[in-house]
Design a protein around this ligand. Sequence first.
Ligand SMILES: [Zn+2]
Length: 228
Amino acid sequence: MKRKLLRVGFCMFLTIVILFCYEHFQPEHKPAFAFAQEQKSICLTFDDGPSDSTTPFILDTLKEENVQATFFIIGRQAELRPALIERIYQNGHAIGIHSYSHEYAKIYASPAALLQDIKKCSAVLESILGLETDLYRFPGGSYSLREELLTCVRDAGYRYVDWNASCRDAELPGATAEDLFRAAIDTPADRNHIVMLLHDSAHRKNTAEALKMIVRYYKQKGYVFKTL
Ligand SMILES: [Zn+2]
């Protein structure tokens, strides 16, 4: 009888020890930062400038909103407006090569013609700013281009960047600032990392007007503004 009581007592003791160990020493399954939010980012990119009628207004808005952007420059427009290129640079924005002539038939005729166009644009920027850039954007984007054109640009040491969202200012004739703003918030489709295409070429008054709404919207959504 005494031995039976001892055995029951021992079993109860063992159960308590097991329960205690389970409670206190089980492995921690929840990673400490499981619910940490990924930082969302947006790069605003302006192609086809600089222009007297649009670029200054875009620079004013970016300054007022204290955000930086990236400008892909057309060489033959830049050489007539060196002060605008300097202003873009002094305001802390990134500058990339877009094209010297932006004439598709000419620049996409062959890899050699493409490189010649890129180098001509690069030389204009270098003569104004005194520095070289390896940042490049294909006119029209790289999406439908022949592989030999992509290869020659990579082999020459340039890094090219396309886009994954757009305010569609080059596609929607007669679009109002409100239309461009709508496109700029619809086309990213909830991406956490956005590279947005906009234009600061001549007569893009509505792009300049939509910009403030676009910047404020993405600020409010928690995006940080980055350059390329
Ligand atoms: Zn372009």
